[in-house]
Design a binder for this molecule. Structure first.
Ligand SMILES: [Zn+2]
Length: 347
């Protein structure tokens, strides 16, 4: 489809744009609260929120933060905060199972506690993190860990979650591991996959966004791929809005890619972070959040994503607090059905 002139919108899509708001960054917020509490958390450790789950005396912090995103932020989907508890970070299988059980239960209890506040009930997404490092440039296929590591996570999260979310992934190979594990252990629940994006707009593996969509949604002659479940949403997270914009443009400029999304009824989502792009030595997370990325700027970005690229799942990752999610909810909820898409879901 030719690019529309500025200010001209495409006809409303037959694939309805219903915008759902995700929560913001749980991990770094819990980490900050643990540091304040002086609970023996090492200020240099990279496991972020792990003590929030592994130490039961901290569970109220996790529950309260979920509540804040649900009540003040009016999030439609909250994600369990077990991201950092994985064997790569030195945790045992028993600890992974304990953390996932706690993360799922705390998220579900928060949803139940807020269910009476309005007519809609929020969903719980069970987080499935990469089994290796995040933000590592280059192909990871040759270094993938056994997908059985996901089985413990899925079995522990399944009783509490409505869907699974493979997040901060670097490659389609990692996404396929997530999809295969969900297909094996809990095929009745939908699976979303979310990629982090480099500043040049590609996945960390070097694959473009449209290549990733082509690989995950195409029907091919590859038997294993043909039988693999398809993601019901593809998202981009823990990256700058600028990087995600390049990835979305790459998708919208590719007609075959837009057709695949539409025929697969696969939604697009974004939940950027508030940090500067990751450097080669991974220094980004120690940096101060971007001051100029205000809630208003995030709303502006979200509107752009919805109107120009058909994005329907919008939230925040690291550094995005409850006030940002509240601003997104206020600006975007109820607008979905009135936003004709000129992007991925248009014909
Ligand atoms: Zn993040």
């Amino acid at each position: 489809m030719a690019t529309l002139p500025s200010g001209v919108r495409s006809p409303a899509s037959s694939f309805p744009l219903h915008i759902r708001i995700l929560d913001g960054g749980m991990g770094d917020e819990i980490y900050k609260q643990l540091l304040k509490k002086e609970s023996g958390v090492d200020a240099n450790e990279r496991e972020w929120s792990a003590p929030g789950l592994l130490d039961e005396t901290n569970h109220h912090l996790v529950y309260d933060l979920h509540l804040q995103f649900l009540q003040a932020g009016r999030a439609d989907v909250i994600t369990t905060c077990n991201f950092s508890v994985r064997q790569q970070n030195g945790f045992s299988d028993a600890q992974v199972r304990f953390a996932c059980d706690a993360a799922g239960r705390l998220a579900r209890e928060a949803v139940k506690a807020t269910a009476g506040h309005d007519s809609s009930v929020a969903m719980v997404a069970g987080s499935l993190p990469p089994l290796l490092e995040c933000f590592r440039q280059g192909p990871v296929t040759g270094r993938l860990r056994p997908e059985s590591e996901y089985w413990s996570m899925i079995e522990s999260l399944a009783p509490f979650c409505d869907l699974f979310l493979g997040e901060t992934l670097s490659s389609t190979a990692e996404a396929e591991q997530v999809l295969d594990a969900v297909q094996l252990k809990c095929p009745e629940k939908p699976c979303w996959v979310s990629f982090s994006i480099t500043k040049t707009g590609t996945l960390y593996s070097g694959e473009s966004a449209s290549q990733a969509i082509g690989k995950l949604l195409s029907v091919t002659d590859d038997i294993s791929a043909t039988h693999r479940i398809r993601p019901s949403a593809i998202l981009f997270n823990c990256s700058s809005p600028e990087a995600i914009t390049i990835a979305l443009e790459n998708i919208s400029h590719n007609e075959g890619c837009r057709d695949l999304l539409k025929s697969s009824r696969c939604e697009l989502g974004v939940y950027p972070n508030r940090y500067r792009p990751v450097t080669q030595d991974w220094e980004t997370l120690a940096q101060a959040p971007r001051g100029e990325l205000t809630p208003e700027r995030l709303v502006e970005f979200a509107r752009y994503c919805a109107q120009n690229h058909g994005v329907t799942l919008i939230g925040g990752c690291c550094g995005i607090s409850v006030e940002y999610i509240r601003a997104l909810s206020t600006a975007l909820k109820g607008l979905g059905s009135t936003i004709p898409s000129s992007g991925a879901s248009s014909s």
